[in-house]
Every structure is written in C-alpha cells, then in structure tokens.
Design a protein around this ligand. Sequence first.
Ligand code: NAP
Length: 499
Amino acid sequence: MTKGNEATDPRPEPDLDRWNCQWINGEKVTDARDSITVYNPATGEAVGRVPRGDGETAARAVDAASHALTGWGRLTAVQRTAYLNQWADRIERERNELARLMSREQGKPIEEAAGELDGSAQFIRWYAEEGKRVYGETIPGSRPDQRIMVWRQPVGVVGMITPWNFPAAMIIRKAAPALAAGCTIVVKPASQTPLIAVALFQLLMDTGIPKGVANLVTGSAATISDVFLSDARVRKISFTGSTEVGKSIMERAAIQLKRLSLELGGIAPVIVYPDADLELAAKSIVGNKFENCGQVCNGINVIYAHEAIRQELSERIVELTRALRVGPGDEPDVDIGPLIDREAMLRVDRLVADSQAKGAAIRTGGYRLMDEKYAHGHFYAPTVLTDVNDEMDVMKEEIFGPVAPIASFADEDEVIARSNATPYGLAAYVFTRDVSRVYRMCEQLEFGMVAVNGTSLSVPQAPFGGIKESGSGREGGHHGLDDYMDLKYINLNLEGKGG
Ligand code: NAP
C-alpha cells in the first residue's frame, strides 16, 4: 500500500535494525537482553538501535582481544598497514552513505559529516605509514662488553571510550595508532551515536583483519568501563569525553596503574589584536565557533577583542553569524544542525540568560528555534553576545553550543592572565601580525595547542591534546603512536674478548 506522502518524502524509512549488532572476535553479536534506540536530534525520529551490551559482553570482547594480541603483534608493520589502508579505502568508498548515517544520528550537516570521514581516512593512512617507523635506539654502553638497546613494543589490549560529537573521528584517532602499534582494541562508542561505529567496524571486518583484533561493544558505560578498569589484561584506557568522567576513570585506573590517554574538555580563548587581518579573524572565528553546532572540544569559548577593534570585529562576526542557515543536517545548504539533546539545548539557553542578566547584549540569536521544521529537534539560533565580563558563566564553563561571547581587553599581560585563569588547557588562538608578540603569546599561553592567524588544529601529523584538566596524551603525530607503545630497555652483556 502506498502512503499518501511517499512520493514527496525524500527520506526513506530507516531500517532500524540495519546496524543492530556488536562486533566481538570478528563476529556480529546480537544477543543482548535489551537494546538502545538512537534518535535523530533534528526530528526526534528513531533512526536505529544497537544492543545494550553489558559487563559480560565487554568481558567476552576483552577475552577476544587478549587472545588475538600475540598474533597481531607478530605481524610485520607492512602486513598491519595493508589492513589499515583497506579500511581507509572502504571508508572513502562508502563516504556518502556513512555521512548520511552520521548526520541522522548526530545531527551535523552532511557535508560536515563527509569532511569528518575524509579526515578519518587520512588519519588511518598516516598511521598505516607511521607504523612502519617504530624504530628503537642503540645507546653506548658503560663497559666494552655492554650493549644497550631500547625497543618500542605494543602496550597490549586497549579499552577505548568515545564521545558523540565526532562519532567517527574520535574512534579512528584512537583505533588507527593502536592497531598500527600492534595493540588489540575494544571500543565502547557513545550511546547517542553508536550506529556509525557499527558501520565503521563492519568495514574494518570486511578487510579480513584477524579475529579479535578489533572489537566493538555498545551499551552501558558504567558496566563496560568497569570491565576495562578491573581486568588486568586491559593495559591501557583511552578516553575522550567530559573532564568529570575522565577524572573518575583516572582515579579508578590508579588501582592497576593502567596507562591512560584522556582527551577532555576545554575553554578555548581567541585573542584578536588591532594589527590582525580582521576579515580573516572574523571568518575563522565564525567557522570554528559554529562548526558542529559549537559542540567541539577545541571550539572557541570566548573571544577577546582588543578594545581598539572590539566594535569592528563584533560587527563582522555578527554579520557572518546572521548569514548561517540552521536546519536538519540532511537538508541542502544547511550550515548548522541541532544540538545533541534537549539537555544540551537547555544548558545553552541557561548560559545565554545568565549572560543577559549580568549585562551582556544579545547581538543576534539568543533563543531556541521551535517553529515548523524545528519543532521536534533541539535547535538553537546562532548567537553572538557582546559586553561580556568575567563574572558570566559563559566565561567559566565549556559552552559546547552555538554561542559566541565577545569580551574586550586592553593589554597583553591582562589577556594572557585572563585566558590562563581556567583549570582547562586544550587550545588557544591568536590573531596578530607582530612576530614578537606571537612568540610571547605562544610561550605564555598555558594550553596544549596554540593556533596563530587561523583556527584549525586537527591534522594527522600533529599532536592534538591538552594539559591541566583538559587531559593527557596526544592523538596525531608520532606522539600519538608512542601513546600505544611501551619502552623496553635491554642491557646485554657479551662474553669473550671485551665483549
Ligand atoms: P561524556 O558524558 O564524558 O561521555 C563520553 C563517553 O564516556 C561516552 O561513551 C559515555 O558513554 C562514556 N561514559 C559516560 N559516563 C561514564 C562513566 N561513568 N564511566 C565511563 N564511561 C562513561 O562526554 P560527552 O558529553 O559525550 O562528550 C562531550 C565532552 O567530550 C566535552 O567536554 C568535550 O570537550 C569532550 N571532548 C574532548 C575531545 C578532545 O580531544 N579533548 C574531543 C571530543 C570531545 P554513554 O554515551 O553510554 O553515556
């Protein structure tokens, strides 16, 4: 029977069970007692479901990863590279379908989702190559018969926990270096975006990667992470998410002194001086701030405009922000999708109300979008606030939403002190043409990453990560591979003639 709207509705009914599985020991596992339904944050429609895995499922996955470890570690780097490159090939081939899936479960515009997948494939390829360069060292001995070597060996089984904001990239930035290093992995994706994780694993399994090397468990964060934390065979946990959960993992990981990588939250400042290219600064700031509806760990939290250009920079930012189109991610020409859930939307609304009550001016936006196509989603109008001061919550909390607060400053020491006055230290941005100032700022800003005259940081060859309460460990670059390797020092004493 034909439904009345079938001919005009461009979106086919989703097959809710298309990605309804976990991956353990190379097999699809579907035998959970319960399932998690995933909803489109733009429409409220169900888009799929996955099994609600638990501690027992996670233990099976750790068994599989543990059994696969020796075999995977013994392959040559070139053999491991072949699987990784095939994975990247498949992601690139399926890019458009994967992008639609990601957009439906996470909300971001399809073009942005496709960009995330392209970046993810590049990441895999970079680590496939870097895995071939796991060199050791030879160190001169203290005696003629002594030989000293340093080897780099895979850490072992790694448990990985990832967030929903970049649901493909956050998995791949961990999985690619770990697999290249010779580790085996168990991944637990965010419960709001598990479908793309299952799809990526399907493509990885299609490469014929040996059973048990890569496992995926969807479901309860508490019980799955308990297994990661309590099973001594899991030698490392790599976590990306909130600082609050990261701290609790760190505390509990201390019991077995597990290695940790923690990629956590941040409060990123951007500092704009009067000598900067203001057109470039405004464009870069708006591009960074509203990417993924502001739900980016290194996304700009506060804009410090020098008082001499505050007015002009604000006007430019407001104008560019007003031009942004908000809507469901799968509609053409949409720049910004919805927030991930109602709680996130209400938090943004609270932050804006707090700023307004404390004297900020709302220059554009400042309200929830609720009419017509927005009625069933978590949409918030892109917002610019001016006259922002340090007492406002937007200056002290991670906003994680489409709100750009503009504060002003007069002096270099002052803006450095205000930028550093946060427990976080992930990313900072500076716009100026004064090279001496560039050095001073880069030296004194207490952040793991600083971008100058630009706002994009994430590339495969560079170490992405934070300091202070933004975490430890790096994703990207040879540093990202080191995070999955242990050093082993060999002291060899030779027999015979002076060794
Ligand atoms: P979250 O609540 O900490 O969740 C992240 C992951 O941790 C999810 O898989 C979640 O599972 C799991 N989880 C939740 N509670 C847990 C617990 N008690 N023990 C173990 N795992 C637990 O963070 P989020 O809200 O999804 O992500 C946003 C945060 O991530 C922001 O603060 C952002 O800045 C940060 N982030 C940082 C980076 C970086 O590279 N520094 C990158 C992206 C995001 P469930 O989904 O099943 O609850």
